[in-house]
Structure formats: C-alpha cells, structure tokens
Design a binder for this molecule. Sequence first.
Ligand code: PA5
Length: 402
Amino acid sequence: MIHQHLEEADNEPIGWLNGPLLMDEEYLKSILTVSDEIKKRADVLVVIGIGGSYLGAKAVQEALSPYFKHHEKGIDVIYVGFNLSGAYMNQLIESLYDKEFYINVISKSGSTMESSLAFRVLRQYAEERYKEEAKNRIIVTTDPENSLLKVIAENNGYRKFDIPSNVGGRYSLLTSVGLLPIAVAGINICELLEGAKKAAIDLKDSSPEKNEAYRYAVIRHALYTKGYRIELLASFEPALTSIHEWWKQLFGESEGKNKKGLFPASVNYSTDLHSLGQFVQDGSPLLFETFLHFKEISDDYYIPYKTLNDDYLNFLSNRTFNEINSISKQGTVLAHAEGGVPIIQIEVDRLDAFHVGYVIYFFMKACAMSAYLLDVYPFDQPGVEAYKKKITQLLIEESIIH
Ligand code: PA5
C-alpha cells in the first residue's frame, strides 16, 4: 500500500523517483556545456548552498576524487554558505585572490539566510573583480517559480538552472543541484545517472524480498520497533565521510518528526575504532550499525617485505592495505555482533560513479519508505522552520537596538 502511494502520488514531491529514467537530454547537455565552460575559464568553482543544496555534491565529489589533489578532469570545487563563520568566509575570499573563479549559488527557496548572505558577499567580490563580466560567472540554481533568487537572476542576467518543482532539497542530488558541481569536479555524471537509472529499475518491486531498498527500510524499522534509537552508518574508506553526512541529513530531516525516528549517526573506521568503537562494542545498547562497504577500490598499496623484521609485520607483507582493510571490516562486524550490536551490511561492488549513483538512489527510496513505515511524512522539515523563525526574530530585535 505504501509502495503504491509512493509510486503513484502525483501531487507529492516525488519527481526524484523517476528522475533518472526521465532525464531530459537537453537539460543534461546544458549542464555539461556550462561545466565545460567553467573548467576552461576558472581555477575554482565556488558553490554556495546549505543542507540538500550542497551536501550531495560534496559527498559525491569527495567519494570519487583523489585524496591529495583534485580530479585530473576537473577543477577545485569549494563550498560556502553552509555556516555563518566569519573566519571561514574571510579565508575563503582570501584564497580566491590569485584564482579565476565562477559562482554557483544553489537554493530551492531562494531565501535561506546562510546561503543568501554568502551570495551577497561573493557577488560583490565577483563584481569588484570582474566588473561587467561578473554576470557571466554567476550561475543560479533555484526553483523555477517561487524564489527570490530567480528574480535576482532574471534582473541581473545570470544564467539559471531549474530545480524541478516536484523535487525537495535533500532528494535533489541527481538534478542540476548536484550534477553541475559534480561535473565541474571532473566526475562523469552520465555514469552517475546510469547507476541511479539501474537502481530506479531494480528497486521498483513492491516486495521487500525483491526490493533491497525496501528490505533495508523494513529491517531498520523492525529494529526501531524493538527499541533501538540510533543507527550508526559505518564505513572503512575515509572518502565516504561526506556520503555519511548526506545520508544523515536525508534520514534525519525525513524521519525525525512527531517525536519519532532513528537518530542517524556515523563513524569512519579504522579511525573511530580507536574512539567511538569502545562505546559501540561495550557501551549503552542504544544503537545498531549499518556497514556501507565498497568491495573494490581502484587505488591500493602493498605492504613491503623487510629483511630486518624488527616490527614483526612480515606476515602481512605482499598483502595490500585494501585487503587488510576488508579483513578489518569483517573482524569489526564479528566483534560488534558478539557485543550484541545488531548489524546491517550494504555491500556495493565498486567505488565508482555508476555504483555511487546506484547507492544514492537506493538510500533515497529506502528513506521515503522508512518514513512512511513510521507514519511520518518524508518530504517536509517543519522543525527546521522553527529555528529559522527564532533567529530572524532575534536578528530583527538586535538590529533595532544596534
Ligand atoms: O532538504 C531540504 O529541503 C533542506 O535541507 C534544504 O535543502 C535546506 O534547508 C536548504 O534550503 P534551500 O535550498 O531552500 O536554500
């Protein structure tokens, strides 16, 4: 019944559900054209956004880029507008002084305070640096109808990408919101979309036996019903840190309502095995663990053989770090299971654009189903509005006194 509601609710913001299957070729081409122009003419793309307007792009970029330099087919993509730190803003502006840059401001509502303030600053900086040409270097991604940013873009002649009206912020990664910055970072967005398309086809079945996203949703719901209140997403590859952040926002904002929902938390192993791992193994039994594991990671390094085996590690020589990492994952699963922690394992073949696209879609569909299983509406965030009202009220009062 929920499946039918999800698939057929035309008046709900579920454009993302068939988005990858119905992707308009012209829309995709226009994203690629602008991305090529930015890569040719800039050293840096500054993405302005908060919540669903930046987390997905950052997550995919970091998952698929080298650790110590940017992707050879892309340029640097940096993010701002997701905090109110003056130091962050000042240092970001300073870092741009000897670089050519473009701006992509992303906001569905077009009036979120954090990103609007950052846009005000960066727009002024771009106008000072590039004069008339600044308008060619500012790309706006926003709602096609109701958005102040849309009006600003039209009045100033900025280029604009629409966020489909029937796709909400945290479900918008596979629209221009995520696709433009990800393409500029040098990642193949066509492969990303192919993976999502495959997931959209594979995960159409109504039965959890055949639909892995629903199976995941049903298992985590069963654990919630048993009294668990925290889901800990665990991975063994540091590149996935921002995928965890994206996942936390997706599930946290979709489910945490009406005093219900699992609190989404995350750990990066091995790092956190020497920190939170103690609590997971042995602390209050509040949580269950979901391991997100990519079986094949293209880059690797061999442990060398040493004639003088003074560190006694020759038994590991000629094995690779990734092999040891995988065994370390198996050992952690066994230890935590013995410690009484329920474990869910999500195994993905390879860390590449196709499989990341698949995983993104998998989590979005699982999330919508999970929220409905809790009898919670997945596509709004009334709690976020509450803090916004308080801040605005305080800022207005302070300005009057100032
Ligand atoms: O998922 C959501 O809808 C939110 O997290 C938004 O993405 C976030 O609040 C930013 O909103 P906007 O894109 O309107 O600036």
